[in-house]
Ligand binder design. Structure first.
Ligand code: SPD
Length: 274
């Protein structure tokens, strides 16, 4: 008998993956947490029915959410990652020698535990001495910090329930205050196809707070529509500024892709301007 896991990606669209095995299933204090082994995309983390990451395509998302701000900033030292309990974003940030400290703020410690156990290729960096693991609410964390980080990355799940606040002006205002001079905020901002309203809302809210705001795109095959957006608010550096070359191995990110990712198709540009 075949077993399939289906994500309702929109009201009218579903994505199903055939699974070999359910590795983990629990209701945490915050959400339903599932890890399955799929035939097509390897192991996959699913929270409240929404695919968060898979072993096969995670590199596109994690490289683009991490390396774009880390290379746009001239010499980042202190970084805060909000969410990202699987560890993929932290793993990529650790490739930057200038980064001395990463505050990894994840509200649900069970996501970290499950990722350590079932997704070691993503979570491998979580024990690095440069990483401070804070199992707490990222929204409250940025309220309590001032002038500290060179980069804040919001590697959140979709904005439902308390996560809605991660797309609101008060949160972005606190991020602005928590960033040092010349700091950058990057947030995952959903799909311009299936969640265009959320992208537009995040873009406009970030633009209310930061002097410079830019959107960039990447392909994440298992996310709704496969085309994903990130929005960057900057206190100074141009987020589209890419390095001459990259000294470590990547599978998606290159300086050329960094620059090109900010060239938006007209339909996305129109959404943002509309
Ligand atoms: N629709 C799912 C969006 C999830 C974005 N964040 C995933 C976390 C991966 N580190």
């Amino acid at each position: 008998m075949e077993t399939w896991l289906t994500e309702n990606q929109t009201k009218n669209m579903r994505l199903s993956l055939r699974i070999k095995e359910i590795l983990h299933h629990e209701q945490t204090e915050f959400q339903e947490l599932v890890v399955v082994d799929t035939l097509e995309y390897g192991r996959m983390l699913v929270l409240d029915g929404a695919i968060q990451t898979t072993e096969r395509d995670e590199f596109t998302y994690h490289e683009m959410i991490a390396h774009v701000p880390a290379f746009a900033h001239p010499a980042p030292k202190r970084v805060c990652v909000i969410g990202g309990g699987d560890g993929g974003t932290v793993r990529e940030l650790l490739k930057h020698p200038s980064i001395e400290e990463i505050d990894h703020v994840e509200i649900d410690g069970k996501v970290i535990e499950a990722s350590r156990k079932y997704l070691p290729t993503l979570s491998s960096g979580l024990d690095d001495p440069r990483v401070n693991s804070l199992v707490t609410d990222g929204i409250k964390h940025v309220e309590s910090v001032e002038n500290r980080y060179d980069i804040i990355i919001v590697d959140s799940s979709d904005p439902v329930g308390p996560g809605v606040q991660l797309f609101e002006v008060p949160f972005y205002t606190n991020c602005y205050r928590a960033l040092a001079e010349g700091g950058l905020l990057v947030a995952q901002t959903e799909s311009p196809f299936s969640e265009a309203d959320l992208l537009v809302k995040a873009y406009r809210n970030i633009a209310q707070v930061f002097p410079q705001t830019k959107v960039y795109l990447a392909n994440v095959p298992t996310y709704p529509s496969g085309l994903w957006s990130f929005t960057c608010g900057s206190k100074g550096p141009d987020p589209a500024k890419a390095p001459e070359k990259v000294e470590f191995a990547t599978k998606y990110y290159t300086p050329e892709i960094h620059r090109a990712a900010f060239t938006l198709p007209p339909f996305v540009q129109e959404l943002l301007e509309g």
